[in-house]
Design a protein around this ligand. Structure first.
Ligand code: I3S
Length: 127
């Protein structure tokens, strides 16, 4: 548990791994793909990407800077084999039309994330 990022008090649902992340479009505008390794934290309504573990990242954050995050309300999550040649790639499309890819070489790891994100997205649309 613990306080969430961005001044919210959201419960952390899942963290504990570095995943590969690429943002491929921003509000419908295509981005050049750039895979980076990122520490991902899922809480009740968003994913947040940190360069290192959340604790370190928050300690190192410059005043006024926010970590990069993805609002999950109204988002879609799906597996994709078309957007990357990598294996185990999932795609998140936000309600504003931004697209993110997340990937891990370990299938069990990425499935755990897929399930948890899907559950969060569903809980946000149902309630
Ligand atoms: O979808 P793309 O454009 O084939 O993605 C590849 C490129 O982003 C490539 O970088 P350059 O833009 O410098 O060519 C990356 O190195 C590759 O990893 C990307 O493809 P994968 O299949 O790894 O997502």
């Amino acid at each position: 548990a613990g306080a969430g990022a961005m001044g919210t008090s959201s419960q952390v649902e899942l963290q504990g791994e570095y995943l590969n992340k690429a943002k491929i479009s921003d509000g419908g505008k295509k981005h050049r793909k750039n895979w980076t390794s990122t520490w991902v934290v899922l809480d009740a309504d968003q994913l947040t990407f940190y360069k290192e573990s959340k604790q370190e990242a928050l300690a190192n954050l410059k005043p006024g800077c926010k970590p990069d995050g993805v609002a999950l309300c109204g988002a879609l999550i799906d597996w994709t084999t078309e957007k990357s040649s990598r294996r185990n790639v999932l795609q998140i499309t936000t309600h504003t039309g931004s697209e993110y890819l997340l990937q891990a070489d370990c299938y069990t790891t990425i499935c755990k994330w897929y399930d948890a994100i899907k559950k969060t997205v569903n809980s946000l649309s149902n309630g």
